[in-house]
Design a binder for this molecule. Structure first.
Ligand code: FE2
Length: 292
């Protein structure tokens, strides 16, 4: 397929030599690795902050080696991106050593659907702009996170198809694939949750406020249907997009070790966990989410 628009060039060079950091791409389509940087637990320099923002807006995902931050201070590092936004409910507990972080653990939350492609908080119109994850305890083998850059997906589509997608509106809901139904077994609690988090309409394609790139704003977890077309039409179009989002061209796989951190632009980048680790292995990640 012919790209609808040329992909933006990588804004990576300006990070090198900043505060001892070096940067390398994960893939041409998504992600950068920062190494050699150590957060002092207090401040992030203005130059580093600016370069990091550029990277997130152009590369979508930035990952950091162990030793960059700690379980206690990774939220202080990530705070330069915006205000903390705790959208999760009581089922997602706070980290014991860091009240700004929530604990993500499939072992502790049987309803967690983090193995399905999603954007964090994608069941809300005001979903967080950025997410940071810190590896607290990670399986020896497996338990990676997969990421996909939906701006690259959009740019890889046939231009005529992309233009058609530009015209579509979708309906999203936290219960699109049964999140409320499964989690709230009490009918009254389920009804209240649906009132708190009603379905909403948004364009299928959105434009990033900083980079100007268009991206695919539907994910497998939270989209109900494309408005104004038949169910079959809707499902087929969404299927093409989900297939492209999962494709190797626009995605990458991040292997966790304890102490690593991943930060991404949660608007453009979708992600999922991979449940391929031993049943008795612990996979404990700490998360914070930020507004733009
Ligand atoms: Fe997530």
């Amino acid at each position: 397929m012919t790209p609808a628009e040329p992909a933006l060039h990588l804004a990576a060079d300006n990070v090198a030599a900043l505060d001892g950091a070096s940067v390398s791409p994960i893939k041409a389509s998504i992600g950068s690795r920062i190494s050699g940087y150590r957060f002092d637990g207090e401040t992030v320099s203005d130059d580093f902050r600016s370069a990091m923002r550029d990277l997130l807006h152009t590369r979508g995902l930035v990952v950091f080696e162990p030793g960059t931050v700690t379980a206690e201070n990774f939220t202080k590092f990530a705070a330069f991106l915006g205000e903390f936004f705790h959208y999760a409910g009581p089922h997602t507990p706070r980290a014991p050593e860091n009240p700004d972080a929530t604990v993500i653990s499939a072992g502790k939350d049987s309803h967690l659907r983090n193995h399905v492609w999603h954007a964090d908080g994608g069941f809300r119109e005001d979903a967080p702009a950025f997410t940071a994850l810190f590896g607290k305890a990670t399986p020896k083998d497996g338990g990676d996170t997969m990421y996909s850059n939906t701006a690259h997906v959009y740019e890889s589509l046939d231009p005529l198809f992309a233009r058609y997608l530009d015209s579509l509106q979708v309906i999203q809901s936290p219960d699109a694939t049964g999140h409320i139904t499964d989690r709230y077994l009490d009918p009254e609690e389920a009804a209240q949750a649906r009132l708190r988090m009603p379905p909403f309409e948004l364009p299928l394609v959105r434009t990033h406020p900083v980079s100007g790139r268009k991206w695919i704003a539907v994910n497998e977890s939270y989209v109900c249907y494309i408005k104004g077309v038949s169910r079959v039409h809707s499902q087929n179009i969404l299927g093409i997009l989900f297939d492209a989002i999962k494709g190797p061209e626009s995605s990458c796989r991040f292997e966790w070790t304890e102490g690593t951190m991943a930060v991404w632009d949660n608007r453009v980048v979708q992600h999922r966990a991979v449940k391929d680790y031993a049943g008795d292995a612990e996979r404990l990640l700490y998360r914070c989410t930020m507004t733009a």
